[in-house]
Design a protein around this ligand. Structure first.
Ligand SMILES: [Zn+2]
Length: 213
């Protein structure tokens, strides 16, 4: 099971990811609480940008919370680390710069158990910031799912309700985003075009296949 043994003999990297409203932060808080029960020194960091609920607390959508240290960049994690810390938890890790990858690898090599939670995809359904690399180098990955707001199926996508602001770093609010299944997630035009193109290349459309090849 999750977390068993990790961080006791050596360091490790755990990633909890998924769309908005999937319980990523709850899972992070759950692991931190277990570590605290085990009397292990834990430090929790989050990007200073994510102050939607509370400046120094990691708060989940279901209002669980835990004290955390906001940092403006990933190097600040190293600067604020205590010698006695055995576990580092990082929430909203997708908002960090690429340097967070090096920071996390350093921590793990020092024997620290690093637990990261973040959005794997942005609202275009594309990999978010440092997440693809973190997922690749992690020792343990858990993808959590939300519930599609349209059909109730498991949701893996964060759908942004139509707005004129196209900034990827827009911090999520309940009324700006909703979780969607793959079927109910709107692809961008480019991707839609690619899908139509691929569809046209199916064997049944033999005339097009010949001309394209
Ligand atoms: Zn759906």
């Amino acid at each position: 099971m999750v977390g068993l043994g990790l961080g006791q003999v050596g360091g490790g990297i755990e990633v909890v990811c998924g769309p908005m409203f999937s319980g990523k932060t709850e899972e992070l808080i759950r692991r931190v609480r277990r570590a605290q029960i085990g009397r292990q020194k834990v430090q929790i960091f989050k990007p200073a940008i994510d102050d939607r609920y509370h400046k120094t607390k990691v708060v989940s959508h279901s209002s669980q919370s835990i004290e955390s240290t906001p940092v403006v960049n990933s190097l600040e994690i190293l600067q604020k680390l205590y010698d006695s810390t055995r576990i580092v938890a990082i929430d909203e890790v997708q908002f960090f710069d690429e340097a967070v990858i090096t920071v996390i690898r350093k921590l793990a090599r020092r024997g620290i158990r690093v637990i990261c939670a973040g959005l794997d995809q942005d609202s275009d359904g594309m990999p978010f910031g440092p997440m693809p690399v973190l997922l690749a180098i992690a020792d343990h990955v858990q993808k959590v799912q939300a519930v599609c707001s349209l059909c109730g199926a498991p949701a893996t996508k964060s759908f942004r309700k139509p707005t004129d602001n196209r900034n990827q770093v827009m911090v999520g609010e309940q009324d700006m985003y909703e979780a969607r299944c793959r079927y109910h997630f709107e692809y961008n035009d480019e991707e839609e075009e690619l899908l139509n193109y691929t569809y046209a290349l199916r064997p049944s459309a033999s005339v097009q296949t010949d001309t394209v090849n």
